[in-house]
Ligand binder design. Structure first.
Ligand code: 0A1
Ligand code: ZN
Length: 880
């Protein structure tokens, strides 16, 4: 275990590694009671450093050291020291071979970092600092080496033995054992090392690259999952083609492998040539996966594949640069998903996540820049800020440069830095050099935390036919950062005339090119733009496509929102106007709970959406989703969670009541035609039908109930079965709900991915997710503390989605979470630290809540032997 006091690590302290490793030769002896790891490293002093004569220091964690040898001679215990998490060899030459033998216990590894066992198979997770749990090594991404890996194991229990690169040798050993040797020709940091050993079925396919090379594609899964591989395999081939077409990136090894494992802390991992996935992010069939799961799988398979260039060929110099690979790769996978489906829908989904969760992170105690300046535990920095905001930052560069110059920039970046470990600054410099643009102010997006606020005001002068727009930016203080400088913000806008047509945008003093959409570039604290020849008062359509990750404050009237909702030529902003209107109506009810009827214009707007079949149904399906409770909470100062919950429920009930007939005909119109497809239209049809069902059941409609029961029984796909189940679970039809839950579990109890969904539907519902019910679920035969997906689908769903129950006034939800975090901290600190998140927002809430959240945090803080992961989150939340 890690025993040292948590320490803060600073970017400013970065120095190049004192020793480089050119080659790593690994031999794993896998046994049931442990694994012996033989590691031979070809090491030399880094010539970049003057006066480089110090001791060799290697990182290690939870290792049992057996022997250390220098150039083939065993060192005596006086010739090296094990100091905490370091192995120190004081007296080494400039160039040498170090051989280290360690003993580890994968079967007892519940942290799921390093080498561990998951349902009988061995697998690894080395990012960020897991390799040090396997053997002593300079565990930092700027040490890049060539790896050769020999795996030895029992042939019957582990017929499949995998590592990075190409298999170069295999054979039998004594005692029913065998071995396979793998060689990876590309130098890589150790966080990209991977090993898998198990009794797995292999699925094969091929892909022919741009230059005509045939790549072997292989998926390895447990036998029971052999029918759930096709979608991931197809997604992989689409990703490979897309990366060639859009970025000119070709795959570089002869084999590309994907493995599915059930126990995994995150979604998936881009190990060179051997991507390892959380089963829930790769396995799918029509009967067991929802449309959302299919979409997620396509995106994650693409994400991991794209890392082969953005992350593996060009990697990060240090972990402060994490967004170099993650922000860029999320941007790339979003572009890909957008090209594969509906770009507007994809944008809506990204922005929803960003505004609900990343903005909350940016406003809380863990706020950090896209390139953090310090951290205690790097695992805590796999955040929405690094990933999602990081992707937005890259997207803004794309917007500022345009697609052609951006491509020139990415070509230059890959060419210039191939085989190197670099920084976000290197990325921006490549973009600058390729485009000739100055991005020096833009770099502040990497350095300053917090979500910028743009306050917009306007003035129309009828006589002069001018329209003036004033935009002021400010960036809120965040921990350790005050008085921030204005950032460089691309602000896309259009102006609509009274017929909803885009008006020409002629800037005073600018050229008359009659564009109807422009990207204004904000660089100062305040700007005023004057448009001329504006013959009528326009309705402004601001921040089109959400061109920057900012909040916009503009005094929209409800007329304007309704107008934009109906007419904006920018699909994203049409959706956004609808959301804003719904937020406004719900917020109105929160502050005046006794008000009677809700805004009648909201009802007619939704009626229009439901009944006009000529509208883009994919967009309509998104517009029919009311803003989530989490988003409403994020928007509020001192949110009253039960009041928000009730107001939202009331709006839902009134809409459903008024639109009953429209909902029933929507269900008719989108009836299942027996053919399951995943086009945006087909997905939208199912989404609309299931939303309509949910709304009807929300008001206890009996016809709705009958249809839900029937759909639940007859569905030929998981989207519809789960849609009906969720509607029943969230309804007051107790009998039908219980029956459906029971039969669902009976049918799918052997499928962990489906059982996770079954848990999560219950844990996130106010009807079935009371604290007692959650505790009940945790005693269910299928619940497993050691499996992160189960923990997330019960405890995570309760604290993150069942918000009225979690924020119960008596503080029981907070105390419960504190207990679970403390319990998990011993076995899996990464997951424990992530579960703390809802409590970290305590300052946002009114005193009754914040005091109890605070005391829950203090209980966690006082736990003995707290991990570094949880320590950092809790202490930062309590500070200041
Ligand atoms: N690099 C992976 C995410 C990942 C990060 C850390 C992990 O273990 C602590 C696992 C996976 C990705 O971006 O997909
Ligand atoms: Zn990634």
């Amino acid at each position: 275990m890690r025993t040292s006091q948590p320490q803060t690590i600073y970017l400013k302290d970065y120095s190049v590694p004192a020793f480089l490793v050119d080659h790593v030769d690994l031999r794993f002896e896998l046994y049931e009671d442990g694994t012996r790891v033989h590691s031979s490293l070809s090491i030399r002093r880094n010539p970049q450093l003057a006066d480089n004569h110090g001791a060799l220091e290697l990182d290690g964690d939870s290792l049992k050291l057996e022997t250390v040898a220098l150039n083939g001679t065993n060192l005596s215990t006086g010739q090296y020291q094990e100091l905490g998490e370091t192995l120190l060899v004081p007296d080494v030459p400039d160039d040498f071979e170090l051989t280290v033998v360690t003993w580890i216990e994968p079967q007892n590894n519940t942290r799921l970092e390093g080498l561990y066992k998951s349902s009988g198979m061995f697998c690894t997770q080395c990012e960020a600092e897991g390799f040090r749990c396997i053997t002593y090594f300079p565990d930092r991404p700027d040490v890049m080496a060539r790896f050769r890996t020999r795996i030895e194991a029992d042939r019957t229990a582990y017929p499949i033995l995998l590592s990075n690169g190409n298999d170069v040798e295999r054979g039998d050993l004594a005692d029913g054992r065998h071995f396979v040797t793998w060689e990876d020709p590309f130098p890589k940091p150790c966080y990209l090392f991977a090993l898998v050993a198990g009794d797995l079925v292999e699925k094969r396919d091929t892909f022919t690259t741009l230059s005509g090379r045939e790549i072997d594609l292989r998926m390895y899964v447990e036998p029971r999952n052999s029918e759930k591989c096709d979608y991931a395999m197809d997604s992989l081939k689409r990703s490979m083609r897309w990366d060639e077409d859009v970025y000119g990136r070709e795959y570089d090894l002869d084999i590309f492998m994907i493995v599915a494992v059930d126990d995994f802390n995150m979604g998936a991992m881009e190990n060179k040539g051997l991507n390892i996935f959380n089963s829930s992010c790769v396995l799918a069939s029509q009967e067991t996966a929802t449309d959302l799961a299919f979409q997620r799988i396509e995106a994650i398979v693409a994400h991991e594949y794209f890392h082969n260039w953005s992350g593996n060929r060009v990697t990060c110099r240090d972990w402060f640069q994490l967004s170099l690979k993650e922000g860029f790769t999320v941007f790339r996978d979003s572009q890909f998903s957008s090209d594969m489906g509906s770009p507007t829908v994809k944008r809506i989904e990204n922005v929803t996540l960003l505004r609900t969760a990343q903005f909350a992170e940016d406003g809380g105690p863990m706020a950090h820049p896209v390139r953090p300046a310090s951290y205690m535990e790097i695992s805590n920095f796999y955040t929405l800020t690094i990933y999602e905001k990081g992707a937005e930052v890259v997207r803004m560069i794309h917007t500022l440069l345009g697609p052609d110059l951006f491509r020139k920039g990415s070509d230059l970046y890959f060419e210039r830095h191939d085989g190197q470990a670099v920084t976000t600054d290197d990325f921006v410099r490549a973009m600058e050099d390729a485009s000739g643009r100055d991005l020096s102010q833009f770099r502040l997006w990497y350095e300053q935390a917090g979500t910028p606020v743009l306050t917009v005001s306007d003035h129309y002068d009828e006589q002069a036919a001018t329209y003036r727009l004033t935009i002021e930016q400010s960036i809120p203080d965040t921990p350790g950062q005050q008085d921030k400088k204005p950032q460089h913000i691309p602000f896309a806008l259009g102006l609509l005339d009274s017929n909803g047509k885009d008006m020409p945008l002629v800037l005073a003093g600018g050229s008359d090119d009659s564009l109807t959409e422009r990207v204004l570039e904000l660089t100062e604290a305040s700007h005023t733009f004057e448009f001329t020849g504006v013959t009528q008062r326009p309705v402004p359509s601001l921040l089109r496509q959400f061109s920057a990750p900012v909040r916009v404050a503009y005094p929209w009237t409800r007329e304007q929102m309704l107008f934009l909702m109906k007419h904006d030529t920018d699909g994203f902003n049409r959706w956004d106007a609808g959301q804003r209107l719904a937020v406004d109506v719900i917020q109105g009810l929160v502050s005046a709970p006794d008000a009677g009827e809700i805004e009648p214009r909201l009802v007619s707007a939704y009626r229009h959406l439901l009944s006009d079949a000529s509208l883009d149904q994919a967009l309509v399906a998104k517009m029919m989703q009311l803003p989530s409770e989490a988003y409403l909470i994020e928007l509020a100062d001192s949110p009253d969670v039960p009041a928000i919950h009730q107001a939202r429920e009331r709006v839902l009930a009134q809409l459903a009541g008024a639109l009953r007939e429209d909902l029933l005909s929507c269900i008719e119109r989108h009836a299942d035609n027996g053919i399951y497809g995943l086009t945006p239209e087909e997905v939208a049809g199912r989404s609309l039908r299931n939303t309509a069902l949910a709304w009807l059941l929300h008001i206890g409609d009996e016809e709705g109930r009958d249809r839900a029961v029937q759909q639940f029984r007859e569905a030929d796909n998981m989207t519809d079965r789960l849609g009906a189940l969720r509607a029943l679970v969230n309804s007051g039809f107790v009998q039908e709900r219980e029956k459906a839950l029971e039969s669902f579990y009976q049918q799918f109890s052997a499928d962990p991915q489906v059982v996770e969904q079954w848990f999560s539907v219950q844990a996130s519902s106010p009807e079935t997710g009371s604290l007692e019910q959650i505790q009940q679920l945790m005693t269910h035969e299928a619940f497993d503390w050691k499996n992160p997906n189960k923990v997330r689908s019960v405890i995570g769903a309760f604290a993150g989605q069942n918000l009225a129950a979690f924020h119960a006034a008596d503080g029981s939800g907070y105390r419960f979470l504190a207990e679970q975090v403390s319990r998990l901290d011993d076995s899996n600190p990464q997951i424990a630290a992530r579960l703390v998140t809802p409590l970290t927002r305590w300052r946002k809430f009114a005193a009754v809540h914040s005091e109890q959240m605070l005391s829950a945090l203090e209980r966690i803080r006082d736990k003995k032997g707290l991990s570094r992961d949880v320590y950092e989150v809790v202490h930062k939340s309590l500070a200041g």
